[in-house]
Design a protein around this ligand. Sequence first.
Ligand code: ACM
Length: 545
Amino acid sequence: MQRFLTIFLSCILLQTRAQTSVSVIPAPVKAEIKTGSFTITSQTVIVADSNEENATVNFLNAYLQKYYGFSLRTVKQAATNFISIGTRTFIKAPDRPERYTLVISNKAVQIKGDSHGGSFYGLQTLLQLLPVQKSGSLKIPAVAIEDYPRFGYRGAMLDVSRHFFDVDFIKKYLDLLALHKINTFHWHLTDDQGWRIEIKKYPRLTEVGSCRNGTITGRFPGKGNDGDKYCGYYTQDQIREIVQYAANRFITVIPEIELPGHSSAAIAAYPQLSCFPDEPTKPAKRTIWHGDSTGKNVQQAWGVFEDVYCPGEYTFNFLQDVLDEVIALFPSKYIHIGGDECPKEAWKRSAFCQNLIKEKNLKDEHGLQSYFVQRIEKYLNSKGKAMIGWDEILEGGLAPNATVMSWRGEKGGIEAAKQKHDVIMTPNSYLYLDHSQCKNEDSVVIGGYLPLQKVYSFNPVPNELNAHEYHYILGAQANLWTEYITNPAKAEYMLFPRLTALSEVCWSPVQNKNWEGFKKRIAKQFKRYDLWGVHYYPKLDEPLK
Ligand code: ACM
């Protein structure tokens, strides 16, 4: 009898648990299914607290129009059949500014944020409760949800240097980030294979630096060279448009201007930036070059190149001018300065660099890189901006206020946190979405194996950090490098569903994470990808290793 009772009670308990879960990604902190439902039709109205909710109201209406073919009127007051969007008022700043509550009853949908961003995230949860079939009558369950993110920094990076993505795709990418409550877009704008941002004071950066004369074909070192001129850049007007588009989705855009390495495109435009302005650009070993090979050129293959910025006054003046224009375009607190993969060969054989090392009493070329990065940090700080760099900026001494982006595993992040520096976790072993997501990938990818489950399993706070240190982990970010990603469809295919897993890594409390439960929710999410017209990898059972 006792055994029967136990089984009976377990069944009831299981049923209760099943009833209290909603199929939302990232999993909310608390969600309770209530009895009843609400139906959104063209007769439903929106009641917004103030004009400050316009971005959220507009997102809702654009979404309904695009996917269901109708939008809603906004009114001052309503007794029933309404969606209210508002923000709580506080005497002092709320502890969790991105928190929201979402309450759905038979009469109304009520979204209340602890900030305007919070109400926007409440809306994102509501959108995931909508049916995936196009209809004029959208039935959603009655629920009570309280939710807030685990991390304040939830990021996604896109490399637009190796391959260029136009404004329309950047907007689609931003929409997809918003739908996943990701709040930071890291825009990798410069690299060896193309300079992609208009700088008025240095027009050759885009006249020369935004084009390469060909691209290797196939996997590095490649089978040949396509010989096609490949160009692309964003005008400052386009950048402003994108920054505003992102802000309307509560997304901050962090621009990355790479230094001192990965600078071939800038050097092709202004050879004096190199310690050896008269030496021709060296192609990557074993690759096939197309076109002019005299003088400085934008690179046509992937990799790491020895011709880097020379740490002289010409370069510092140039970079400060560039950063002035970048700062004017991007309201973000942070500017990313790269700092990764800077070979030291040119500095070793440059008499100028060797003298500078002596004059500044530096230990070696790593000390010189640290001197370079620290000068740039000082400049950014003087303009009220904070600097982010890849984890190589730890080598030779960390700049005093720098935030470290840990990409070569988690080691750099652990070391930086122990030095009391802020950290963003983006380890290649868990969050490099250019790696293959299946064993038998049939398109060309850079290599590595990163199935969905591995992304999902990532914990941004390493066990090595103690209670004082883990606060330095601001959050996590997935990176999409685009050497082998030549078009939007492939970019989406590499992003999804792994970016959806990242959203839960960054947002949901650890105790609400569960791989089996996630798999069930993601299967539903596939239908939403179909609704959104997003390409994705459709299998969920790839082995973990
Ligand atoms: C990097 O992947 N080189 C940051």
